[in-house]
Design a protein around this ligand. Structure first.
Ligand code: GLC
Length: 638
């Protein structure tokens, strides 16, 4: 049992976040490793120069977290640059691996936490809090994999999506009508590229109102859902956190009547603006509100919908009425003055302060299981509890069915209800590499159904970037091409070499029996589907610094090409492996490579796969969609 390997320490008056599912008796005294200083609201440890830090889930930078400042503060952050400190999620689990010893830590705290991992002082690891109220779990194990397993037992079994959710999905913010979606289907069909899902971004809704479908642009929606399904395609609508304020809109009116929206100190609902214009935020932390909102998904499941993505649930705030007024007042004041340079910067500062303003997150409250809590103190739970609302509702609405669900914002615990995508990345080569590095730490935190916007969300994707990105994304359980309004269109039929795109997506379908088996094993055994090399090859110190190759399941290692204009890359092999250079599931070169360093050729259309010793790779015959894949008719490469 994992409980012997976990010690729980209580500091202050922590809230129950719902992350942990196991009862653990509290230990007293100072926790191993860190020294607690309630006065300065810090935990601090000496940080040996050999220590590596793994974890923290979805973040920027590398697999080894040493040398930067990471903040748990779920943020609507479309600029995933290395200078940032927070992304959309807070996953406060990490392992300090000192080669001789390694220890895991989980800080269960729903508010702001700062991890200063040798940033201020290279010899110190400091964790800072705004509120020194948290549970600290210290998790032991002889190696990282064992610590991860013990941690994952503590936080409960990860979400498993339906099998078809391992197919390929096409998405774009900008499909406005049923005919736009039919075009996507038809173009994929013409080229014979498999496709399982087409995602519906906010434009399917009536005025961006959750749980509505625009009847002019999507007439007879139920039949449209059926028509697509006949072609093997599921429609996956987006659900946003904010509920539009509009008289006559049932979700808005019921929410107000029942008191299910987040309120300010004065008892009035907070008014924020997001895509729909002015919205209220459902209080997902209130179990009754959660049940009410969750039941709304039935509007769409009744129409035949079997999957959703939850968005804008940090929650993103474009502006609040209060702060916007403050900004305008200040600007008017500046307007009447001579604008010197400091006045000019004050002016631009005011404009930049409008969206996602920290002050705004202090303006509203939750009824958290009967306790009134200011939002910022539980900020990182909001996306988790929105997704929990959906997950719990699916158990009522469709108890015998698996529904696809993934979210943008998350906290540990949400992994029991859904997966995540890594938010608004860019069509940059560096973000392909970031995608590779983000995967193992998300797995550590329990998120196994994961993936990024393949090809990049913002910016303009080039054909070669799309191809290289696909060659990596065919291994991510969530495999979706998504892009932003106004960017270059990046459906695979927009590019010239459709034959190669088809081959890569077909290779994914051939790999699905392997991917699904390894995914399920990771969920059932609390292991990691994606692992850094060093997690398996503990005696090979070279592996510690390899962050651009990953182990995928038990049998494979991958080494994606992630730079432009490259026809190969260096690969390090910790043992002899068979290398496959795959142009398609049936057209490939095989070569046994010995342990050590190699320069390996890989033309733009070639995916590199390495089979580990004693292992074999099963391959299915691709089909147009997962429902038509034959999981029993497999060939093997060993
Ligand atoms: C957010 C989401 C993105 C979506 C857009 C419009 O930026 O992260 O995926 O396309 O909103 O809904």
């Amino acid at each position: 049992m994992a409980t012997e390997n976990i010690r729980k320490y209580k500091f202050g008056n922590p809230l129950n976040t719902g992350a942990v599912v196991m009862e653990i008796a509290e230990s007293t005294g100072n926790p191993e490793g860190f020294l607690a200083n309630p006065k300065s609201k810090e935990l601090q440890a000496d940080f040996s120069k050999d220590a590596f830090v793994y974890g923290l889930g979805e973040t920027i930078r590398g697999i080894n977290k040493r040398g930067w400042l990471y903040r748990s503060n779920n943020a609507d952050e479309p600029h995933h640059e290395e200078g940032k400190n927070s992304l959309y999620a807070s996953h406060n689990f990490f392992i300090v691996d000192d080669t001789e010893t390694c220890t895991g830590y989980f800080i269960d705290h729903p508010g702001f936490v700062e991890f200063d991992i040798g940033y201020t002082d290279k010899d110190l690891f400091t964790i800072r809090f705004n509120d020194f109220d948290f549970y600290l779990y210290v998790i032991s194990g002889k190696e990282p994999k064992e610590i991860v397993k013990n941690f994952r037992e503590l936080v409960g079994k990860s979400y498993i999506p339906p099998v078809w959710a391992f197919g390929y999905g096409q998405s774009r913010w900008g499909y406005k009508t049923a005919d736009d979606i039919r075009t996507v289907r038809d173009r994929y069909k013409e080229l014979g590229i498999p496709l399982d899902m087409i995602y519906m971004d906010i434009d399917y809704m009536q005025d961006y109102k959750d749980f509505t479908v625009n009847p002019e642009r999507f007439p007879d929606f139920e039949n449209f859902v059926k028509e697509m399904k006949k072609d093997g395609i599921r429609l996956i609508p987006i659900i946003d956190a904010g509920v539009k304020i509009q008289d006559g809109y049932d979700v808005y009116e019921e929410g107000v009547k029942e008191g299910f929206f987040c309120k300010k100190e004065d008892g009035k609902e907070l008014v924020a603006a997001v895509w729909p214009g002015k919205v209220h935020f459902p209080d997902f932390l209130n179990p009754k509100a959660r049940e009410w909102f969750g039941d709304k998904y039935k509007v769409l499941t009744d129409a035949g919908i079997e999957g959703f993505w939850n968005d804008m649930n940090e929650p993103a705030i474009f502006y609040t009425e209060e702060h916007l007024k403050e900004v305008f007042d200040n600007i008017h004041e500046l307007e009447n003055k001579e604008l010197d340079i400091s006045g000019f910067f004050e002016f631009t500062g005011l404009i930049n302060s409008i969206a996602n303003n920290p002050e705004d997150y202090r303006r509203f409250f939750h009824d958290f299981d009967g306790v009134k809590v200011r939002h910022d103190k539980v900020h990182n739970l909001y996306g988790f509890y929105m997704t929990r609302a959906a997950g719990e509702a699916f158990e009522r609405i469709a108890p015998n069915k698996k529904i696809l669900m993934f979210s943008r914002a998350s906290y540990v615990g949400m992994h029991r209800y859904g997966g995540v995508w890594t938010g608004d990345n860019m069509s940059w080569w560096s973000h392909l590499l970031l995608n590779i590095k983000q995967m193992p730490s998300l797995n550590m935190a329990g998120f196994i159904y994961i993936g990024a916007d393949t090809g990049g969300f913002g910016g303009n994707c080039t054909e070669d970037l799309m191809m290289r990105w696909l060659e990596f994304s065919i291994f991510t359980p969530l495999f979706r091409n998504h892009s932003a309004l106004g960017t270059r269109e990046q459906e695979l039929y927009q590019f010239k070499d459709s034959e190669s795109f088809k081959n890569i997506v077909e290779l994914r379908y051939a790999l699905i029996p392997y991917i699904y088996r390894e995914f399920t094993k990771a969920v059932e055994n609390n292991t990691m589907y994606f692992r850094p090399l060093y997690f398996d090859y503990r005696s090979d110190k070279r592996c510690r610094e390899i962050e651009d190759q990953l182990l995928v399941g038990d049998s494979l290692m991958i080494a994606p090409v992630y730079e432009q204009n490259r026809t190969g890359r260096y690969v390090y092999l910790p043992e002899d492996m068979k290398m496959l250079r795959m142009r398609s599931y049936k057209d490939y070169d095989e070569e046994v490579l010995s342990e050590g360093d190699h320069y390996v050729k890989a033309e733009l259309n070639e995916t590199l796969i390495f089979i580990r010793q004693g292992q074999k790779l099963p391959l299915a015959k691709p089909a147009r969609c997962v429902d038509e894949l034959d999981f029993d008719d497999l060939s093997y490469i060993s």
